[in-house]
Design a protein around this ligand. Structure first.
Ligand code: GDP
Length: 208
């Protein structure tokens, strides 16, 4: 059973000094607010309300940790791009995320959630810019793929992949839809590799 189904809420953090210490590996999820980040987390964990905690008043601007066991975690970063957020909160968000992305040692990869109809916003590009010096892997989920026809979705993904290659060479990308459960296995396979887990769905190689 994929690791993500064991995810349970662990803690909420609003300051870098409070980041959990006993962490072997963590994967961060980021995205513009309303892009479908909570839905994607819930879909990957096969739980309806896992990321609900990240939506609770007072917690939307915080970093929320979900434990996968064995000191491994999924990290839900605050959604960005709210039109009416005061400058003070924007500055806090910018400091928190830029330093977190650039310096967090156990962070082994970043999943960037983008609504397929609004990909690569300025803030998405900023996130990639902060993370790029680390050389760690990035995987983009183009969510709400169900909102476009199959051919439109494929065409958009090709275009975004080309732009992404310039912004973050080596980053990977896929289509995702929470209501259609599209793209779950593809995402899981990548994240499991980041966590050092074998792809247990691979058929055994002959002679092994
Ligand atoms: P977040 O702010 O990034 O956490 O976004 P949510 O997960 O709360 O989703 C925002 C809205 O988009 C909600 O109304 C979701 O039901 C909807 N949504 C999220 N993912 C999908 C998707 O893959 N397809 C469709 N059609 N709607 C989605």
């Amino acid at each position: 059973m994929p690791l993500f189904q064991h995810a349970t809420f662990f803690t909420t953090v609003n300051h870098l000094r409070d980041l959990p210490q006993e962490v072997a590996l963590e994967i961060a999820f980021a995205g513009r607010s309303n892009a479908g980040k909570s839905s994607a987390l819930n879909t990957l964990a096969r739980q309806n309300r896992l990321a609900f905690v990240s939506k609770m008043p007072g917690r939307t601007q915080h970093i929320n940790y979900f434990s996968l066991g064995n000191e491994r975690f999924l990290v839900d970063l605050p959604g960005y791009g709210y039109a009416k957020v005061p400058e003070e909160i924007r500055t806090h968000w910018r400091n928190l995320l830029s330093i977190y992305l650039a310096t967090r040692v156990p962070l082994c990869g970043l999943v960037l959630i983008m609504d397929i109809r609004h990909p690569l916003t300025t803030l998405d590009q900023q996130m990639l810019g902060w993370f790029r010096p680390t050389g760690k892997p990035v995987h983009v989920l183009l969510t709400k793929a169900d909102k476009l026809s199959r051919s439109e979705a494929a065409k958009t993904m090709k275009k975004v992949a080309a732009d992404l290659e310039k912004l973050y060479p080596g980053a990977t990308i896929q289509l995702f839809s929470s209501p259609k459960h599209q793209g779950i296995e593809e995402a899981e396979n990548i994240l499991m590799k980041w966590l050092g887990e074998e792809d247990n769905k691979k058929p055994p190689v002959k002679g092994e």
